[in-house]
Design a protein around this ligand. Structure first.
Ligand SMILES: NC(=O)c1ccc[n+]([C@@H]2O[C@H](COP(=O)([O-])OP(=O)(O)OC[C@H]3O[C@@H](n4cnc5c(N)ncnc54)[C@H](O)[C@@H]3O)[C@@H](O)[C@H]2O)c1
Length: 401
């Protein structure tokens, strides 16, 4: 694939900290991609994530839906979100990015940020909304915005629907892989890194499907219990950064170091925190059969090769964690209403179909699921570009002299 359409580095005049924006590709003049905040975030990382967003959008292309895929983008800020000055930095970053958010970049929460915080900072930066660039593409903007606002107000057992959509998709990816392998749901063991938006929701859906969550890691370390953790108690004990208050641990729960989740005795590993979590050295400790990438870019390519050689299947991020982004658009464009059961049913159907296509393509091509997903996206991108244009008004292309 080609170089990104646009990449830029911003330097904060107050702190000297840097932020990045990469727009990988546009469709109808708009690109979608969240905003992350983490210490050590780089332009290269953001570019990789923006490319991933292009693929996530393309993989959900369904000519029968109202939602037409957008291009891919990503923002990143190099700062610890728990620092006292982090919010001010976020507001200044969004002020600087305002022309892009207004015209071509729709964004939302990602690692280190919650949607509430992004919304508050966007308003303070003078923006109508973090997704306003898509509004000109809507048939009935007022109705669409009302529908999305109503959907964001829906809660299921104490967690917002917007925070559950992505994890519902991750869990369905796990269940689809188990079903194809003829493995049971009940009793299958899972270890999760990260109990924030993605990891938390994934753990809930998998526990409710009968799987046993035997380990969860957050920034403070790993909590394990071979007999199964009380997922709902851990979810209820999180702070706004996804850190679990250890006071709720039960008898039988044990605290282990940060990397212990990797070597947990489990069939499924769900990295749902940071990029680059699994490398060539620590992959040796993994005994699981499946790694299901809720996080973006958690498995380094060289590690994936070694894992594949010993029969560990990695289900790739561009497929597995794509439901959050798709749910926003299905809701805004009117393919699903502001209703949790309708949303979960649509997510499950779409993710099961997509994971199935990817695994079938991987078998047919003799490649990894990641290579198969990239091939599927590469097939769809020219079709989308031809039909909708990069800038929205370029579908009747003039010949280049
Ligand atoms: N939030 C979304 O909508 C969304 C959608 C798609 C993909 N993702 C990806 O999922 C991943 C997690 O995002 P999120 O929004 O759930 O983040 P979050 O900030 O809500 O939660 C992050 C969790 O990871 C834990 N964590 C952070 N650093 C850790 C470390 N070094 N070791 C162990 N645990 C650590 C935190 O304690 C927290 O529990 C990211 O890679 C993100 O890009 C997020």
């Amino acid at each position: 694939m080609s170089a990104p359409l646009m990449s830029l580095t911003w330097t904060d005049h107050v702190t000297g900290r840097q932020g990045f924006l990469v727009v990988d590709r546009l469709v109808r003049g708009v690109a979608s991609g969240g905003l992350r905040m983490r210490p050590g975030c780089t332009l290269e990382e953001v570019a990789g994530l923006a490319r991933g967003m292009t693929m996530k959008e393309a993989l959900h292309y369904d000519p029968g839906l109202r939602y037409v895929p957008l291009g891919g983008a990503k923002g990143g800020i190099d700062c610890d979100p728990r620092e006292p000055g982090a919010y001010g930095l976020l507001v200044r970053y969004l002020r600087a990015m305002r022309p892009y958010v207004e015209s071509c970049w729709t964004t939302g929460e990602d690692l280190g940020l919650t949607q509430d915080l992004v919304d508050r900072a966007a308003a303070e930066a003078g923006l109508v909304s973090s997704i306003q660039a898509v509004y000109p593409l809507l048939d009935d903007e007022a109705a669409a915005r009302r529908r999305l606002a109503d959907a964001f107000a829906v809660e299921v057992d104490g967690i917002g629907l917007d925070e559950l959509a992505g994890g519902c998709g991750v869990a369905e990816s796990v269940l689809t892989a188990l079903d194809r392998a003829g493995a049971p749901h009940a009793g299958t063991r899972v270890a999760v890194q990260g109990l924030g938006t993605m990891g938390g929701a994934t753990a809930r859906f998998l526990a409710r499907a009968g799987l046993v969550v035997v380990a969860v890691a957050d920034i403070k370390g790993t909590i394990v219990n071979p007999a199964g953790l009380d997922v709902e108690a851990l979810l209820a004990a999180r702070d706004s950064h996804g850190t679990v208050d250890r006071a709720v641990l039960r008898r039988g729960d044990r605290e282990l170091p940060g990397e212990a989740w990797l070597s947990a005795d489990a069939e499924v590993l769900v990295p749902a925190a940071v990029s680059y979590a699994i490398d060539t050295a620590n992959q040796q400790r993994i005994t699981a059969r499946w790694i299901v990438e809720a996080a973006n870019m958690p498995v380094l390519p060289a590690a994936e090769g070694l894992l594949a050689a010993r029969g560990v299947t990695v289900l790739p991020d561009v497929v597995v964690n794509s439901a959050t982004n798709a749910w926003w658009w299905w809701t805004l464009f009117g393919d699903v209403g502001a209703d949790a059961q309708e949303a979960f049913a649509h997510i499950r159907r779409s993710m099961r179909a997509l994971v199935g296509q990817v695994l079938t393509r991987a078998e047919a091509d003799g490649t990894s699921p990641r290579a198969a997903a990239h091939a599927l996206a590469a097939d769809r991108l020219p079709v989308i570009a031809e039909r909708f244009g990069w800038y929205g008004d370029d579908t009747r292309r003039a010949p280049v002299a």
